[in-house]
Design a protein around this ligand. Structure first.
Ligand code: E4P
Length: 218
């Protein structure tokens, strides 16, 4: 499973790179607003430190303007994935960009039917938002299971399932069991995967016992 960081925070991104955990970055207009930074230079900076796909979302909702915005975004760097909403106009942009060799991330997916549409439009990634479904007392993970099953039935679909709106480690583990190709999560959630009390207590015991030996490896 590929790990994308759902953030535009440069320090958070830089901290993940040496771990080898980071395969890409996703942003959205809310994340950009939170950063307080200029959108285009910020995306450029991220593409320069991350070699994998960096999702940058169009701001408009009509075809003509989205298409123009997409042209600007895709020229930033080869590893930009243009993010478009799951609307008829958004999928029209998706089809044109993907036919032209640009990565496209189709966002705001909340149903399996929408995921079929995105795959048919040639999306590189489909982003089902599972946390927001959980917030409505629906099982977000059921959507991942459905999309993975459907895509498996059609080898001609090469769209990758990018699990989004990830809120906790179980979202990642369960999505991985289902075979989702990618997940994007805030770095805090990625780092929560490290946590286990037996790792912590076991390490403390090893450190203490090693001290008793009086030895040094170096
Ligand atoms: C990523 O592509 C999505 O925009 C993001 O995961 C949404 O997460 P949220 O529901 O926590 O805002």
């Amino acid at each position: 499973m590929k790990f994308f960081a759902d953030t535009s925070d440069i320090d958070e991104i830089k901290a993940l790179i040496p771990t080898g955990l980071l395969d890409g970055v996703t942003t959205n207009p809310s994340i950009i607003a939170k950063s307080g930074r200029e959108f285009l230079p910020l995306i450029k900076e991220i593409t320069e430190i991350v070699s994998g796909p960096v999702s940058a979302e169009v701001a408009a909702t009509d075809y003509e303007t989205m298409r123009k915005e997409a042209e600007v975004l895709r020229k930033i760097a080869d590893n930009v994935a243009v993010k478009v909403p799951l609307t008829p106009d958004g999928l029209r942009v998706c089809k044109e960009l993907s036919d032209d060799g640009t990565m496209v991330n189709v966002t705001l997916c909340f149903s399996a039917g929408q995921a079929i549409l995105a795959a048919k439009a040639g999306a590189t990634f489909i982003s089902p938002f599972i946390g927001r479904l959980d917030d409505l007392s629906q099982q977000g993970l059921d959507l991942i299971s459905d999309i993975c099953r459907i895509y498996d039935n059609y080898p001609q679909f090469d769209t990758e399932v990018l699990v989004a709106s990830v809120r906790n480690p179980m979202h990642i583990i369960e999505s991985a069991k289902m075979g989702a190709h990618v997940m994007t999560a805030p770095p805090k959630v990625i780092n929560q995967l490290f946590n286990h009390p037996l790792t912590e207590s076991g390490l403390a015991a090893f450190v203490k016992d090693w001290e008793k030996t009086g030895q040094s490896i170096l």
